[in-house]
Design a protein around this ligand. Structure first.
Ligand SMILES: NC(=O)c1ccc[n+]([C@@H]2O[C@H](COP(=O)([O-])OP(=O)(O)OC[C@H]3O[C@@H](n4cnc5c(N)ncnc54)[C@H](OP(=O)(O)O)[C@@H]3O)[C@@H](O)[C@H]2O)c1
Length: 262
């Protein structure tokens, strides 16, 4: 545990980017956690770690280069986290892969279906297997999966995305049935609409600019979910007392119009 001398609780943010992933890491670090950030792009990870450590102090975040499509890489990263920081008491599986503009099944390659499904689903199974033994030994742990509208509803063009997200939802239910009574709180959080992260937030803002949607650009938070506000929901789920554990929660911006659950 050479990199966690104060023995802080450890959160693993699996699929850590500048949107939800970083916001969740910041939220937990601000309350005393040390964050392990897992993703593939070293430059982005370095920027996030230096931003978090300059806000909250040295040693509050470390990164672990990982391609979640490869089980051995997931295992190696969690072994390293374990030896450098200690066991993860919170696992956030946040990675997701989809096309911004959908494609029909006939135009979707099998390679894309396999690659995206590994990111949307398999990585979560592998990461869960890495953290469960320590959580069970401690009789305590939190696992939160990031879902999407596509977790609940198949839509044209999303064959390489939605099936993996449906599977992720099912995996969250199975974890609950198998391990909740043993102390593991698993929650599936459905983001029912766009999030103001770098990619989708940027695309949405540029579209509004082209279309002269000034009100939307001024009141962004009424239209697209803000990562900082979402991060508070992850924290709320983590903090729930054992008498009232939420298994599934869905959220959307005030003026979102494509509700999937209503
Ligand atoms: N953005 C939205 O509008 C929206 C809406 C509804 C639901 N969601 C859900 O929210 C989650 C993402 O949140 P976000 O959009 O704010 O993104 P984010 O937290 O900014 O970034 C997620 C990170 O996941 C990493 N990732 C993807 N594939 C990976 C792989 N094979 N191995 C390791 N890391 C991988 C990517 O980093 P690298 O490329 O560096 O690996 C990416 O930066 C997804 O589960 C998505 O389905 C998003």
């Amino acid at each position: 545990m050479s990199h966690n001398p104060q023995n802080k609780p450890v959160i693993a943010v699996v699929g850590a980017g500048p949107g939800i992933g970083e916001a969740v890491a910041r939220r937990f670090v601000s309350s005393g956690f040390i964050a392990a950030l897992l993703a593939r792009t070293e430059g982005k990870l370095q920027t996030m770690v230096s931003g978090i450590t300059s806000s909250f102090g040295p040693g509050t975040a470390r990164y672990y280069l990982t391609d979640l499509r490869i089980e051995s890489q997931v295992q190696s990263s969690f072994n390293l986290i374990h030896s450098e920081l200690g066991p993860a008491s919170v696992l956030i599986y946040n990675a997701g892969a989809r096309r911004v503009n959908g494609r029909s099944i006939l135009d979707t390659t099998s390679e894309e279906f396999e690659s995206f499904t590994k990111i949307n689903l398999f990585g979560a199974f592998w990461a869960t297997k890495c953290v469960l033994p320590d959580m069970l030994a401690a009789e305590k742990g939190t696992i939160i999966f990031t879902g999407a509208t596509g977790s609940l509803r198949g839509s044209a063009g999303l064959s390489s995305f939605s099936p993996g997200k449906f599977g992720l939802r099912s995996l969250a239910q199975i974890i609950t049935w198998e391990y909740q009574a043993k102390g593991v709180h698993c929650a599936h959080l459905v983001m029912d609409g766009p999030v103001d992260g770098k990619l989708i937030g940027g695309v949405t803002r540029r579209k509004w600019e082209r279309e002269g949607e000034k009100e939307k650009l001024i009141e962004v938070e009424r239209y697209i979910m803000q990562p900082r506000d979402l991060a508070d929901i992850y924290w709320f789920l983590y903090e729930q007392p054992r008498s009232t554990w939420t298994h599934e929660l869905d959220v959307r911006a005030q003026k979102e119009s494509m509700f999937s659950k209503l």
